[in-house]
Ligand binder design. Sequence first.
Ligand SMILES: Cc1cc2nc3c(=O)[nH]c(=O)nc-3n(C[C@H](O)[C@H](O)[C@H](O)COP(=O)(O)OP(=O)(O)OC[C@H]3O[C@@H](n4cnc5c(N)ncnc54)[C@H](O)[C@@H]3O)c2cc1C
Length: 453
Amino acid sequence: MSAPIVIAGAGLAGALLAAQLASAGHRVALYERRGDMRRVPVAAGRSINLALAARGWEGLRRANATQQVLEYALPMRGRMLHDRTGQTQFQTYGLNAEEVIWSVHRGHLNQTLIDVAAAAGAELHFHTALHSVDFDARRAVFVDERDGSQQAVAFDVLIGADGAGSAVRAAMEAEKPLGQHTDFLDHGYKELTIPPLADGGPALSPDALHIWPRGGYMLIALPNPDQSFTATLFLPHEGEISFASRSDPQVAREWFAQDFADALALIPDFEQQYREHPVGILGTLRCPHWRRGDRALLIGDAAHAIVPFHGQGMNCAFEDCVELLDLIETRTRQGVVDWERLFADFEAARRPNAHAIAEMALENYIEMRDSVADPGYQLRRQLELALAQRLPGHFIPRYSMVMFTSIPYARARERGELQRALLQELTAGHSSLDQIDLGAAAAAVAQRLPKLS
Ligand SMILES: Cc1cc2nc3c(=O)[nH]c(=O)nc-3n(C[C@H](O)[C@H](O)[C@H](O)COP(=O)(O)OP(=O)(O)OC[C@H]3O[C@@H](n4cnc5c(N)ncnc54)[C@H](O)[C@@H]3O)c2cc1C
Protein backbone atom coordinates (compact mmCIF):
# COMPACT_ATOMS: atom_id res chain seq x y z
CA MET A 1 0.00 0.00 0.00
CA SER A 2 1.34 3.45 -0.87
CA ALA A 3 2.22 5.89 1.93
CA PRO A 4 -0.55 8.25 3.06
CA ILE A 5 -0.80 12.01 2.94
CA VAL A 6 0.49 12.82 6.43
CA ILE A 7 -0.79 15.92 8.18
CA ALA A 8 1.14 17.24 11.19
CA GLY A 9 -1.23 19.04 13.58
CA ALA A 10 -4.87 18.18 14.30
CA GLY A 11 -5.79 21.76 15.15
CA LEU A 12 -8.46 23.56 13.16
CA ALA A 13 -6.84 23.45 9.72
CA GLY A 14 -5.26 19.99 10.02
CA ALA A 15 -8.43 18.30 11.25
CA LEU A 16 -10.55 20.04 8.61
CA LEU A 17 -8.20 19.10 5.78
CA ALA A 18 -8.06 15.50 7.01
CA ALA A 19 -11.86 15.38 7.05
CA GLN A 20 -12.11 16.87 3.56
CA LEU A 21 -9.45 14.60 2.04
CA ALA A 22 -10.75 11.46 3.71
CA SER A 23 -14.31 12.25 2.54
CA ALA A 24 -12.96 12.63 -0.98
CA GLY A 25 -11.44 9.13 -0.73
CA HIS A 26 -7.78 9.96 -0.08
CA ARG A 27 -5.63 8.02 2.37
CA VAL A 28 -4.73 10.47 5.09
CA ALA A 29 -3.06 10.19 8.52
CA LEU A 30 -3.24 12.95 11.10
CA TYR A 31 -0.58 13.32 13.82
CA GLU A 32 -1.22 15.63 16.78
CA ARG A 33 1.20 16.66 19.51
CA ARG A 34 -1.44 16.89 22.25
CA GLY A 35 -3.78 14.20 23.55
CA ASP A 36 -7.17 13.56 21.98
CA MET A 37 -9.05 16.80 22.65
CA ARG A 38 -12.34 14.94 22.54
CA ARG A 39 -11.27 13.46 25.89
CA VAL A 40 -9.15 16.13 27.60
CA PRO A 41 -10.59 19.55 28.56
CA VAL A 42 -9.26 22.58 26.67
CA ALA A 43 -7.09 24.88 28.80
CA ALA A 44 -8.70 28.20 29.79
CA GLY A 45 -7.17 31.51 28.87
CA ARG A 46 -6.35 30.88 25.19
CA SER A 47 -8.70 32.19 22.46
CA ILE A 48 -11.65 30.24 23.79
CA ASN A 49 -14.09 31.37 21.15
CA LEU A 50 -13.60 32.42 17.56
CA ALA A 51 -15.56 34.38 14.97
CA LEU A 52 -16.56 32.09 12.11
CA ALA A 53 -17.52 33.71 8.81
CA ALA A 54 -18.36 32.78 5.20
CA ARG A 55 -14.97 31.37 4.20
CA GLY A 56 -14.93 29.21 7.31
CA TRP A 57 -18.44 27.90 6.67
CA GLU A 58 -17.44 26.95 3.13
CA GLY A 59 -14.58 24.88 4.58
CA LEU A 60 -17.00 23.17 6.96
CA ARG A 61 -19.50 22.54 4.16
CA ARG A 62 -16.80 20.78 2.14
CA ALA A 63 -16.18 18.45 5.10
CA ASN A 64 -19.92 17.85 5.71
CA ALA A 65 -19.56 19.43 9.15
CA THR A 66 -22.01 22.35 8.85
CA GLN A 67 -24.90 20.78 10.75
CA GLN A 68 -22.80 19.75 13.76
CA VAL A 69 -21.26 23.21 14.09
CA LEU A 70 -24.62 24.99 13.69
CA GLU A 71 -25.75 23.23 16.86
CA TYR A 72 -23.46 25.38 19.00
CA ALA A 73 -22.52 28.38 16.81
CA LEU A 74 -24.05 31.66 18.01
CA PRO A 75 -24.95 34.41 15.51
CA MET A 76 -23.61 37.91 16.15
CA ARG A 77 -25.53 40.52 14.13
CA GLY A 78 -23.23 43.44 14.81
CA ARG A 79 -20.91 45.14 17.24
CA MET A 80 -22.17 46.63 20.48
CA LEU A 81 -19.98 49.55 21.50
CA HIS A 82 -19.66 50.35 25.21
CA ASP A 83 -18.45 53.82 26.19
CA ARG A 84 -16.83 54.72 29.51
CA THR A 85 -20.19 55.63 31.07
CA GLY A 86 -21.70 52.27 30.14
CA GLN A 87 -23.83 53.68 27.29
CA THR A 88 -24.09 51.26 24.38
CA GLN A 89 -24.50 51.73 20.65
CA PHE A 90 -25.24 48.93 18.20
CA GLN A 91 -23.63 48.88 14.74
CA THR A 92 -24.95 46.22 12.40
CA TYR A 93 -22.41 44.12 10.50
CA GLY A 94 -24.43 43.24 7.44
CA LEU A 95 -27.21 44.33 5.14
CA ASN A 96 -29.64 41.54 5.93
CA ALA A 97 -30.41 38.80 8.46
CA GLU A 98 -28.04 36.37 6.74
CA GLU A 99 -25.01 38.63 7.07
CA VAL A 100 -23.95 37.72 10.58
CA ILE A 101 -20.77 36.30 12.01
CA TRP A 102 -20.78 33.35 14.36
CA SER A 103 -19.18 32.80 17.74
CA VAL A 104 -17.86 29.23 18.07
CA HIS A 105 -16.02 27.55 20.90
CA ARG A 106 -12.54 26.59 19.68
CA GLY A 107 -12.49 23.37 21.67
CA HIS A 108 -15.93 22.23 20.47
CA LEU A 109 -15.09 23.07 16.88
CA ASN A 110 -11.80 21.18 17.04
CA GLN A 111 -13.57 18.18 18.60
CA THR A 112 -16.21 18.22 15.86
CA LEU A 113 -13.58 18.34 13.13
CA ILE A 114 -11.65 15.44 14.64
CA ASP A 115 -14.88 13.44 14.89
CA VAL A 116 -15.73 14.21 11.28
CA ALA A 117 -12.21 13.31 10.12
CA ALA A 118 -12.38 10.00 12.01
CA ALA A 119 -15.83 9.22 10.61
CA ALA A 120 -14.60 9.96 7.10
CA GLY A 121 -11.80 7.41 7.53
CA ALA A 122 -8.73 9.49 8.43
CA GLU A 123 -6.15 7.70 10.63
CA LEU A 124 -5.69 9.61 13.91
CA HIS A 125 -2.59 9.63 16.12
CA PHE A 126 -2.36 11.63 19.35
CA HIS A 127 0.62 12.40 21.57
CA THR A 128 2.73 12.40 18.42
CA ALA A 129 4.75 15.60 18.01
CA LEU A 130 6.65 16.00 14.77
CA HIS A 131 10.30 15.81 15.72
CA SER A 132 12.28 15.67 12.46
CA VAL A 133 11.82 15.06 8.75
CA ASP A 134 13.96 13.31 6.16
CA PHE A 135 12.41 14.89 3.08
CA ASP A 136 14.50 12.89 0.61
CA ALA A 137 13.45 9.59 2.17
CA ARG A 138 9.85 10.85 2.65
CA ARG A 139 10.02 9.92 6.32
CA ALA A 140 9.00 11.86 9.44
CA VAL A 141 9.81 11.06 13.05
CA PHE A 142 7.17 11.72 15.68
CA VAL A 143 7.78 11.70 19.42
CA ASP A 144 5.47 11.06 22.35
CA GLU A 145 6.50 13.92 24.63
CA ARG A 146 5.27 12.05 27.74
CA ASP A 147 7.99 9.38 27.56
CA GLY A 148 10.22 10.38 24.64
CA SER A 149 9.34 7.32 22.57
CA GLN A 150 9.68 7.82 18.81
CA GLN A 151 8.13 6.39 15.67
CA ALA A 152 9.19 6.84 12.05
CA VAL A 153 6.37 7.38 9.59
CA ALA A 154 6.54 7.16 5.79
CA PHE A 155 4.61 9.80 3.87
CA ASP A 156 3.62 10.44 0.30
CA VAL A 157 3.46 14.16 1.05
CA LEU A 158 3.67 15.96 4.39
CA ILE A 159 1.29 18.82 5.16
CA GLY A 160 2.39 21.14 7.96
CA ALA A 161 -0.79 22.27 9.76
CA ASP A 162 1.04 22.56 13.06
CA GLY A 163 0.41 26.20 13.79
CA ALA A 164 2.51 29.34 14.14
CA GLY A 165 5.44 27.51 15.78
CA SER A 166 5.38 24.83 13.06
CA ALA A 167 7.90 21.98 13.37
CA VAL A 168 7.42 21.21 9.66
CA ARG A 169 8.48 24.77 8.86
CA ALA A 170 11.46 24.38 11.20
CA ALA A 171 12.47 21.18 9.38
CA MET A 172 12.24 22.97 6.03
CA GLU A 173 14.23 25.89 7.43
CA ALA A 174 16.92 23.50 8.73
CA GLU A 175 17.48 22.27 5.16
CA LYS A 176 17.38 25.64 3.46
CA PRO A 177 16.63 29.03 5.04
CA LEU A 178 13.10 30.16 4.19
CA GLY A 179 13.62 33.86 4.81
CA GLN A 180 10.83 33.80 7.38
CA HIS A 181 10.20 36.59 9.82
CA THR A 182 7.63 37.22 12.55
CA ASP A 183 6.62 40.80 13.30
CA PHE A 184 5.53 40.65 16.91
CA LEU A 185 2.92 43.20 17.87
CA ASP A 186 3.78 45.37 20.85
CA HIS A 187 0.28 44.57 22.16
CA GLY A 188 -0.75 41.31 23.83
CA TYR A 189 -4.02 39.85 25.10
CA LYS A 190 -5.58 38.38 28.22
CA GLU A 191 -8.87 36.50 28.38
CA LEU A 192 -11.47 36.94 31.13
CA THR A 193 -14.75 35.09 31.52
CA ILE A 194 -18.00 36.97 32.11
CA PRO A 195 -20.25 34.36 33.77
CA PRO A 196 -24.04 34.08 33.27
CA LEU A 197 -26.26 36.09 35.64
CA ALA A 198 -27.64 34.52 38.81
CA ASP A 199 -30.84 33.56 36.94
CA GLY A 200 -28.76 31.75 34.31
CA GLY A 201 -29.31 34.38 31.61
CA PRO A 202 -26.59 36.20 29.66
CA ALA A 203 -25.01 39.29 31.24
CA LEU A 204 -24.78 41.08 27.85
CA SER A 205 -26.92 40.89 24.73
CA PRO A 206 -25.97 37.54 23.23
CA ASP A 207 -26.34 38.38 19.54
CA ALA A 208 -23.51 40.91 19.35
CA LEU A 209 -19.73 41.13 19.50
CA HIS A 210 -19.16 43.60 22.34
CA ILE A 211 -16.37 46.18 22.08
CA TRP A 212 -15.09 48.67 24.60
CA PRO A 213 -12.91 50.84 22.28
CA ARG A 214 -10.50 53.01 24.19
CA GLY A 215 -8.15 54.42 21.58
CA GLY A 216 -4.82 52.72 22.31
CA TYR A 217 -6.38 49.50 23.62
CA MET A 218 -9.72 47.69 23.87
CA LEU A 219 -11.77 44.99 25.50
CA ILE A 220 -14.01 42.72 23.41
CA ALA A 221 -16.44 39.94 24.36
CA LEU A 222 -17.98 37.09 22.37
CA PRO A 223 -20.93 34.95 23.54
CA ASN A 224 -20.72 31.28 24.51
CA PRO A 225 -23.55 28.70 24.39
CA ASP A 226 -23.59 28.38 28.21
CA GLN A 227 -24.63 32.09 28.37
CA SER A 228 -21.18 33.18 29.50
CA PHE A 229 -18.98 35.53 27.45
CA THR A 230 -15.29 35.33 26.79
CA ALA A 231 -13.82 38.81 27.07
CA THR A 232 -10.37 39.60 25.68
CA LEU A 233 -8.33 42.58 26.76
CA PHE A 234 -5.91 43.83 24.07
CA LEU A 235 -3.29 46.14 25.55
CA PRO A 236 0.33 47.23 24.95
CA HIS A 237 2.92 45.07 26.72
CA GLU A 238 4.87 48.13 27.92
CA GLY A 239 4.15 51.80 28.52
CA GLU A 240 1.93 54.00 30.63
CA ILE A 241 -1.23 51.92 30.24
CA SER A 242 0.08 48.42 29.63
CA PHE A 243 0.24 44.87 30.93
CA ALA A 244 3.53 45.86 32.60
CA SER A 245 2.02 48.84 34.44
CA ARG A 246 -1.22 46.93 35.17
CA SER A 247 0.32 43.63 36.28
CA ASP A 248 -1.04 43.89 39.83
CA PRO A 249 -4.68 42.66 39.78
CA GLN A 250 -5.70 45.33 42.32
CA VAL A 251 -4.22 48.10 40.13
CA ALA A 252 -5.96 46.51 37.15
CA ARG A 253 -9.29 46.53 39.04
CA GLU A 254 -8.97 50.26 39.79
CA TRP A 255 -8.18 50.93 36.16
CA PHE A 256 -11.09 48.75 34.94
CA ALA A 257 -13.38 50.67 37.33
CA GLN A 258 -12.58 53.81 35.31
CA ASP A 259 -12.26 52.42 31.79
CA PHE A 260 -14.48 49.33 31.69
CA ALA A 261 -16.78 49.80 34.69
CA ASP A 262 -19.82 48.04 33.18
CA ALA A 263 -17.69 45.02 32.23
CA LEU A 264 -15.92 44.90 35.60
CA ALA A 265 -19.30 44.73 37.36
CA LEU A 266 -19.97 41.46 35.48
CA ILE A 267 -16.73 39.69 36.51
CA PRO A 268 -17.02 38.83 40.23
CA ASP A 269 -13.69 36.97 40.44
CA PHE A 270 -11.83 39.60 38.42
CA GLU A 271 -8.60 39.60 40.49
CA GLN A 272 -8.27 35.83 40.41
CA GLN A 273 -8.84 35.58 36.66
CA TYR A 274 -6.57 38.54 35.96
CA ARG A 275 -3.78 36.95 38.00
CA GLU A 276 -4.16 33.43 36.63
CA HIS A 277 -4.80 34.00 32.93
CA PRO A 278 -1.65 34.47 30.88
CA VAL A 279 -0.81 37.37 28.59
CA GLY A 280 -0.70 36.02 25.03
CA ILE A 281 1.59 37.33 22.34
CA LEU A 282 0.44 38.28 18.85
CA GLY A 283 2.35 38.50 15.60
CA THR A 284 2.34 38.28 11.83
CA LEU A 285 4.39 35.49 10.29
CA ARG A 286 5.89 36.46 6.95
CA CYS A 287 7.29 33.34 5.36
CA PRO A 288 8.21 33.59 1.65
CA HIS A 289 8.35 29.83 1.05
CA TRP A 290 5.63 27.38 2.03
CA ARG A 291 6.80 24.25 0.27
CA ARG A 292 9.64 21.79 -0.14
CA GLY A 293 9.71 20.37 -3.68
CA ASP A 294 7.10 17.65 -4.14
CA ARG A 295 7.40 16.58 -0.49
CA ALA A 296 5.92 19.12 1.88
CA LEU A 297 3.57 22.09 2.14
CA LEU A 298 2.60 24.49 4.94
CA ILE A 299 -1.01 25.63 5.45
CA GLY A 300 -2.87 27.78 7.99
CA ASP A 301 -0.94 29.48 10.76
CA ALA A 302 2.15 27.38 9.94
CA ALA A 303 2.40 29.35 6.67
CA HIS A 304 0.84 32.70 7.54
CA ALA A 305 -0.13 33.37 11.16
CA ILE A 306 -1.81 36.77 11.50
CA VAL A 307 -3.09 39.02 14.28
CA PRO A 308 -6.71 38.26 15.27
CA PHE A 309 -8.37 41.65 14.70
CA HIS A 310 -10.36 40.71 11.62
CA GLY A 311 -11.34 37.34 13.07
CA GLN A 312 -9.94 35.66 9.95
CA GLY A 313 -6.94 33.48 10.92
CA MET A 314 -9.03 30.32 11.08
CA ASN A 315 -11.31 31.41 8.24
CA CYS A 316 -8.25 31.95 6.04
CA ALA A 317 -6.81 28.58 7.12
CA PHE A 318 -10.12 26.91 6.17
CA GLU A 319 -10.00 28.64 2.80
CA ASP A 320 -6.48 27.20 2.35
CA CYS A 321 -7.98 23.74 2.90
CA VAL A 322 -10.72 24.31 0.32
CA GLU A 323 -8.31 25.58 -2.33
CA LEU A 324 -5.85 22.76 -1.66
CA LEU A 325 -8.63 20.19 -1.83
CA ASP A 326 -9.86 21.66 -5.12
CA LEU A 327 -6.37 21.46 -6.62
CA ILE A 328 -5.90 17.88 -5.44
CA GLU A 329 -9.32 16.84 -6.73
CA THR A 330 -8.81 18.45 -10.14
CA ARG A 331 -5.32 16.99 -10.60
CA THR A 332 -6.44 13.55 -9.38
CA ARG A 333 -9.23 13.53 -11.95
CA GLN A 334 -6.70 14.50 -14.62
CA GLY A 335 -4.43 11.52 -13.79
CA VAL A 336 -1.19 11.40 -11.78
CA VAL A 337 -0.77 14.29 -9.32
CA ASP A 338 2.41 16.32 -9.83
CA TRP A 339 2.80 17.47 -6.22
CA GLU A 340 5.58 19.92 -6.91
CA ARG A 341 3.48 21.78 -9.44
CA LEU A 342 0.38 21.53 -7.29
CA PHE A 343 2.17 23.00 -4.26
CA ALA A 344 3.61 25.77 -6.43
CA ASP A 345 0.15 26.60 -7.79
CA PHE A 346 -1.32 26.59 -4.30
CA GLU A 347 1.36 28.94 -3.01
CA ALA A 348 1.05 31.28 -6.00
CA ALA A 349 -2.72 31.49 -5.53
CA ARG A 350 -2.76 31.85 -1.75
CA ARG A 351 0.26 34.04 -1.03
CA PRO A 352 -1.19 37.39 -2.21
CA ASN A 353 -4.38 36.65 -0.33
CA ALA A 354 -2.59 35.67 2.87
CA HIS A 355 -0.57 38.86 2.64
CA ALA A 356 -3.72 40.96 2.11
CA ILE A 357 -5.59 39.54 5.10
CA ALA A 358 -2.49 39.94 7.27
CA GLU A 359 -2.42 43.65 6.43
CA MET A 360 -6.19 44.09 6.79
CA ALA A 361 -6.06 42.38 10.20
CA LEU A 362 -3.46 44.89 11.39
CA GLU A 363 -5.53 47.79 9.99
CA ASN A 364 -8.64 46.47 11.70
CA TYR A 365 -7.05 46.73 15.13
CA ILE A 366 -7.02 50.50 14.76
CA GLU A 367 -10.58 50.42 13.46
CA MET A 368 -11.84 48.33 16.39
CA ARG A 369 -10.04 50.04 19.23
CA ASP A 370 -10.39 53.59 17.92
CA SER A 371 -12.22 54.45 14.68
CA VAL A 372 -15.54 52.68 15.46
CA ALA A 373 -16.29 55.35 18.07
CA ASP A 374 -15.38 58.24 15.75
CA PRO A 375 -18.31 60.22 14.22
CA GLY A 376 -16.50 60.55 10.85
CA TYR A 377 -16.06 56.75 10.71
CA GLN A 378 -19.70 56.23 11.68
CA LEU A 379 -20.89 58.53 8.88
CA ARG A 380 -18.72 56.74 6.30
CA ARG A 381 -20.08 53.44 7.60
CA GLN A 382 -23.70 54.64 7.25
CA LEU A 383 -22.98 55.85 3.74
CA GLU A 384 -21.36 52.60 2.70
CA LEU A 385 -24.33 50.59 3.95
CA ALA A 386 -26.70 52.94 2.07
CA LEU A 387 -24.62 52.58 -1.11
CA ALA A 388 -24.49 48.81 -0.72
CA GLN A 389 -28.28 48.75 -0.52
CA ARG A 390 -28.65 50.93 -3.62
CA LEU A 391 -25.94 49.21 -5.65
CA PRO A 392 -25.97 45.51 -4.81
CA GLY A 393 -22.98 43.74 -6.37
CA HIS A 394 -21.42 47.06 -7.24
CA PHE A 395 -20.64 48.43 -3.80
CA ILE A 396 -19.84 45.94 -1.05
CA PRO A 397 -18.26 47.33 2.15
CA ARG A 398 -14.74 45.96 2.66
CA TYR A 399 -15.74 44.39 5.96
CA SER A 400 -18.55 42.53 4.16
CA MET A 401 -16.25 41.40 1.34
CA VAL A 402 -13.93 39.85 3.92
CA MET A 403 -16.56 38.38 6.23
CA PHE A 404 -19.56 37.53 4.05
CA THR A 405 -18.12 36.63 0.65
CA SER A 406 -15.31 34.57 -0.85
CA ILE A 407 -13.97 37.48 -2.90
CA PRO A 408 -10.19 36.91 -2.72
CA TYR A 409 -8.69 38.89 0.15
CA ALA A 410 -6.26 40.69 -2.18
CA ARG A 411 -9.14 41.85 -4.38
CA ALA A 412 -11.15 42.94 -1.32
CA ARG A 413 -8.22 44.98 -0.04
CA GLU A 414 -7.54 46.63 -3.39
CA ARG A 415 -11.20 47.44 -3.95
CA GLY A 416 -11.57 48.56 -0.33
CA GLU A 417 -8.87 51.19 -0.88
CA LEU A 418 -10.76 52.67 -3.84
CA GLN A 419 -14.02 52.64 -1.91
CA ARG A 420 -12.43 54.25 1.15
CA ALA A 421 -11.11 57.14 -0.91
CA LEU A 422 -14.52 57.65 -2.50
CA LEU A 423 -16.34 57.51 0.86
CA GLN A 424 -13.94 60.06 2.28
CA GLU A 425 -14.62 62.36 -0.65
CA LEU A 426 -18.41 61.92 -0.50
CA THR A 427 -18.64 62.58 3.26
CA ALA A 428 -16.19 65.53 3.32
CA GLY A 429 -17.82 68.56 4.97
CA HIS A 430 -20.88 66.58 6.11
CA SER A 431 -21.86 65.46 9.59
CA SER A 432 -24.96 63.36 8.93
CA LEU A 433 -26.30 61.07 6.22
CA ASP A 434 -29.30 63.34 5.36
CA GLN A 435 -26.86 66.04 4.22
CA ILE A 436 -25.57 63.71 1.49
CA ASP A 437 -27.32 63.37 -1.88
CA LEU A 438 -27.48 59.56 -2.03
CA GLY A 439 -28.55 59.53 -5.68
CA ALA A 440 -25.50 61.56 -6.67
CA ALA A 441 -23.25 59.46 -4.43
CA ALA A 442 -24.54 56.25 -6.01
CA ALA A 443 -24.03 57.73 -9.49
CA ALA A 444 -20.42 58.62 -8.58
CA VAL A 445 -19.78 55.05 -7.44
CA ALA A 446 -21.42 53.57 -10.55
CA GLN A 447 -19.36 55.83 -12.77
CA ARG A 448 -15.99 55.53 -11.05
CA LEU A 449 -15.88 51.93 -9.83
CA PRO A 450 -16.29 48.91 -12.12
CA LYS A 451 -18.91 46.34 -11.14
CA LEU A 452 -17.60 43.59 -8.87
CA SER A 453 -17.47 40.32 -10.77
C1 LIG B 1 -6.62 35.65 20.68
C2 LIG B 1 -6.91 35.05 19.35
C3 LIG B 1 -8.17 35.20 18.80
C4 LIG B 1 -8.45 34.68 17.54
N1 LIG B 1 -9.69 34.86 17.02
C5 LIG B 1 -9.98 34.39 15.79
C6 LIG B 1 -11.27 34.57 15.24
O1 LIG B 1 -12.16 35.15 15.87
N2 LIG B 1 -11.52 34.07 14.00
C7 LIG B 1 -10.56 33.43 13.27
O2 LIG B 1 -10.83 33.03 12.13
N3 LIG B 1 -9.32 33.24 13.78
C8 LIG B 1 -9.01 33.68 15.01
N4 LIG B 1 -7.77 33.48 15.55
C9 LIG B 1 -6.76 32.79 14.74
C10 LIG B 1 -6.92 31.27 14.80
O3 LIG B 1 -6.85 30.84 16.14
C11 LIG B 1 -5.81 30.59 14.00
O4 LIG B 1 -5.66 31.21 12.76
C12 LIG B 1 -6.15 29.11 13.78
O5 LIG B 1 -6.14 28.45 15.02
C13 LIG B 1 -5.13 28.49 12.83
O6 LIG B 1 -5.38 27.12 12.74
P1 LIG B 1 -4.18 26.09 12.49
O7 LIG B 1 -4.82 24.76 12.45
O8 LIG B 1 -3.38 26.56 11.34
O9 LIG B 1 -3.24 26.23 13.76
P2 LIG B 1 -3.58 25.81 15.28
O10 LIG B 1 -5.01 26.01 15.57
O11 LIG B 1 -2.56 26.50 16.10
O12 LIG B 1 -3.32 24.23 15.32
C14 LIG B 1 -2.04 23.68 15.26
C15 LIG B 1 -2.10 22.26 15.82
O13 LIG B 1 -0.83 21.65 15.63
C16 LIG B 1 -0.45 21.00 16.83
N5 LIG B 1 1.02 20.93 16.85
C17 LIG B 1 1.90 21.90 17.17
N6 LIG B 1 3.16 21.47 17.02
C18 LIG B 1 3.06 20.18 16.60
C19 LIG B 1 4.02 19.18 16.27
N7 LIG B 1 5.34 19.40 16.37
N8 LIG B 1 3.57 17.98 15.85
C20 LIG B 1 2.24 17.71 15.75
N9 LIG B 1 1.29 18.61 16.07
C21 LIG B 1 1.71 19.83 16.48
C22 LIG B 1 -1.03 21.86 17.93
O14 LIG B 1 -1.13 21.14 19.15
C23 LIG B 1 -2.36 22.23 17.32
O15 LIG B 1 -3.36 21.26 17.60
C24 LIG B 1 -7.45 33.97 16.82
C25 LIG B 1 -6.19 33.80 17.38
C26 LIG B 1 -5.92 34.33 18.62
C27 LIG B 1 -4.56 34.13 19.20
